[in-house]
Design a protein around this ligand. Structure first.
Ligand SMILES: [Zn+2]
Ligand SMILES: [Zn+2]
Length: 96
């Protein structure tokens, strides 16, 4: 089950269960759309994988299976995410 982390790991923007801006990689590194796409160019700065849009969890379901309230805020170092982008940006996700 998806953890539904509460915020963008990089800029700390709130990403509640109903957010349509939350993006995740296969490890559930979670970012807002502007960090994931505009800043990181669809290259996860931790694993080099791509991002997909995180689905919302409906309000009836969130009562039964609440989102995580554990804040993860680890802003990425510019030099290291730029190196990841350089390495993976030109390779389509399924070939990374
Ligand atoms: Zn962000
Ligand atoms: Zn990742």
């Amino acid at each position: 089950m998806l953890t539904l982390r509460p915020n963008c790991e990089h800029c700390k923007k709130a990403l509640p269960n109903t957010s349509t801006e939350a993006m995740i990689c296969s490890y559930e590194c979670t970012y807002c759309k502007s960090c994931a796409i505009d800043l990181f160019k669809n290259v996860c700065p931790s694993c080099g994988g791509n991002f997909e849009k995180r689905p919302i969890r409906p309000k009836e379901e969130i009562k039964i299976n609440p989102a995580s309230n554990l804040m993860i805020h680890k802003p990425k170092n510019k030099a290291s995410y730029e190196a990841m982008i350089k390495k993976f940006q030109q390779i389509e996700p399924k070939k990374r």
